[in-house]
Design a protein around this ligand. Structure first.
Ligand SMILES: *Cc1c(COP(=O)(O)O)cnc(C)c1O
Length: 432
């Protein structure tokens, strides 16, 4: 009888298995080889069968490093899943920028150029109402920079209805006061008037801050002055109006009529608008600052700006995002419900034929923490057994579903159509 140990696959053979290709890229040859060698050792000592070496090695690969997951939650911008997916153009731009680039060099003259000027030019072109633009690490950084440069040791006037917690315990009021600025809260949770602001403005005012409640809604007996009214008031008193739009729309989005956009707010007189790059704009994580040239310049020249500056990958991705018409985020937002329904039916059919109980159902998707609280978008989902939620999360690629009324819903609005095949395979594997 042959010694079963002679059946243990060779290291090279195991590593050539395509299931290891991702890990080889992510962890490098030596780390993956060490894991395979350990599995071979277990096979030699008889703990596992020789035929289990590849599986055992795959199972014990370190799980660190971000993994690609399929977002079937129906929440288009899911902060826990990395918010916006980058467009192909942005991904390619990131790959190019990963090497040496002309990020701070003018190739025509050979002299130093403004860092990321192509991205800044693209942003300025996208919002002509902005006299100047700047980009920092995220919207929180944009607010910190504004507070530090314009209001440290002074007051920021803000409505009590706009004291936002962004998520994971981060609260805008604490972020702002961490800069040494003081908050002057005006009005009440549900109602704040222009007079409330007017009464608070004085020699100590650094700026008035308007914050768009992007992740909650106050309904009922409510009132708050719009940006136009506030801007007129601020102009009369000669204090800047800084407006945090949050969700990152640069222009009005007809599907989301209640979401603010930078162009409209600037046109209505806001002096400085801040927004996130990885929400509805559909780009990389970054914070956009758009508005009056003198204010943007003060922020840009502040020493803190250097600590908040974005890296070359972000600038490349932002520029490419601004240059593409369709980001995955806008594709998800504008997906036609009939098309989603067709995809859900096709998937459910194939799954049923593969022996998985699945059904196409109507669903309601949302934009997510990135904006438009309370808005639902008609969507379609594949409903599978509720017990599949966990195996799906552990599938390859992991699938994040939504558990609703005793069912596990795979909502297709935030899933790219080209990922339907991966979704199908993940469900089939999760059922094994
Ligand atoms: C999301 C959001 C923020 C935080 O933005 P980040 O880019 O995550 O730092 C701040 N303000 C508002 C209104 C937001 O919606």
């Amino acid at each position: 009888m042959t010694d079963p140990r002679r059946l243990i696959p060779r290291t090279d053979t195991v590593l050539a298995d395509p299931r290891f290709s991702q890990a080889l890229l992510r962890l490098g040859h030596d780390r993956v080889k060490a894991v395979v060698n350990e599995a071979q050792r277990l096979a030699r000592e008889g703990t596992i069968a020789p035929g289990e070496v590849a599986e055992a090695a795959l199972a014990s690969l370190p799980a660190d490093g971000p993994r690609r997951v399929l977002n079937a939650t129906g929440v288009i911008l899911h902060t826990n899943l990395g918010r916006a997916r980058l467009s192909r153009a942005a991904v390619e731009a990131v790959a190019t920028a990963a090497g040496n680039t002309d990020i701070e060099l003018d190739l025509a003259t050979g002299r130093r150029g403004r860092r990321g000027r192509a991205a800044m030019a693209a942003l300025a072109a996208a919002v002509p109402a902005a006299q100047a633009v700047h980009v920092v690490n995220n919207n929180a950084a944009a607010l910190v920079l504004a507070a530090t440069a314009l209001a440290a040791g002074r007051e920021i006037i803000i409505s009590r209805g706009e004291l936002v917690e962004i998520g994971d315990g981060f609260r805008l009021p604490e972020l702002l006061t961490s800069t040494g600025a003081r908050l002057r809260e005006v009005g009440t949770t549900n109602r704040t008037t222009a007079d409330d602001y007017a009464a608070a403005i004085g020699p100590d005012t650094g700026f008035v801050l308007k914050v768009h409640p992007s992740n909650y809604r106050i309904e009922g007996f409510t009132r708050t002055p719009g940006v136009g009214e506030l801007a007129a008031l601020c102009a009369r008193q000669d204090v800047p109006l800084v407006a945090d739009a949050g969700s990152g729309l640069l222009r009005p989005e007809p599907l989301l009529p209640d979401e603010p956009d930078a162009a409209t707010w600037l046109a209505r007189g806001a002096d400085l608008v801040t927004a996130s790059g990885d929400k509805l704009l559909g780009g990389p994580q970054c914070g956009l600052l758009l508005g009056r040239a003198d204010l943007v310049e003060r922020l840009r020249r502040h020493p803190l700006a250097r600590a908040l500056r974005v890296d070359k990958l972000t600038l490349a991705a932002l520029e490419a995002t601004l240059g593409t018409t369709g980001t995955p985020t806008s594709a998800a937002l504008h997906a036609d419900p009939a098309g989603l329904r067709l995809r859900a039916e096709t998937l459910a059919d194939r799954l049923t034929r593969a022996g998985v109980a699945a059904q196409a159902v109507a669903s309601a998707a949302t934009v997510g923490g990135g904006g438009a609280p309370g808005v639902t978008l008609p969507s379609a989902a594949v409903a599978v057994d509720v017990t599949l939620a966990e195996p799906l999360r552990l599938a390859e690629p992991p699938v994040l579903a939504r558990v609703e009324r005793g069912r596990c819903l795979l909502d297709l609005r935030a899933v790219a159509a080209e990922d339907d095949e991966d979704l199908y395979n993940a469900v089939v594997t999760a059922c094994k």
